[in-house]
Write a new protein. Structure first.
Length: 166
């Protein structure tokens, strides 16, 4: 019985060893699988970290570009404002030149019109003088005709008187 019990104990210990060995191999396999998964996850993390770093660099570049564009926009806006002011000044200067030219033209036209008025006034004065002379002539003619008429009337009376006396 001792042999049986020993053999049974040995068998039992062997079974336990086999179980432990099986469990150890199973744990070892799980550990290796976990190690492989962990390495895979680590690779993915490294890859994601690399991508994140690249995106961070891209973001920094974009931010720098954004700042440059903002600066360019400020400069362009200022240029537009400056050019607008310059154009306002040029328009004002052009308006002044146009006004001056218009004033010069108006002065020339006014001078020419005054010359024309003087000529027409002189012509009118001549016409008035001629009218006055003509009126004087007409009055003189009327007086002459009246005198002649009176003379003729006087002669006619004399004749009539002579005829009536005869």
């Amino acid at each position: 019985m001792i042999i049986n019990s020993r053999s049974s104990r040995v068998l039992s210990e062997r079974n336990q060893i086999e179980k432990l060995k099986s469990k150890y191999l199973s744990d070892l396999t799980k550990h290796e699988t976990a190690s492989i998964k962990l390495a895979s996850i680590k690779e993915k993390l490294d890859l994601n970290e690399s991508k994140l770093y690249q995106k961070s660099l891209s973001l920094k570049k974009l931010h720098v570009k954004k700042l440059e564009l903002k600066e360019m926009l400020k400069k362009l806006t200022q240029d537009i404002i400056d050019k607008k002011e310059i154009l306002k000044g040029e328009y004002k200067a052009n308006d002044e030149i146009v006004q001056k030219n218009m004033n010069d033209e108006l002065k020339k036209k006014n001078f020419e019109l005054q010359k024309e008025i003087v000529k027409k006034k002189e012509h009118l004065d001549e016409v008035v003088k001629k009218k006055s002379v003509l009126q004087n002539c007409v009055v003189a003619l009327i007086n002459r005709i009246t005198c002649l008429c009176l003379y003729e009337t006087g002669k006619m009376r004399e004749r009539t008187q002579k005829l009536s006396v005869e």
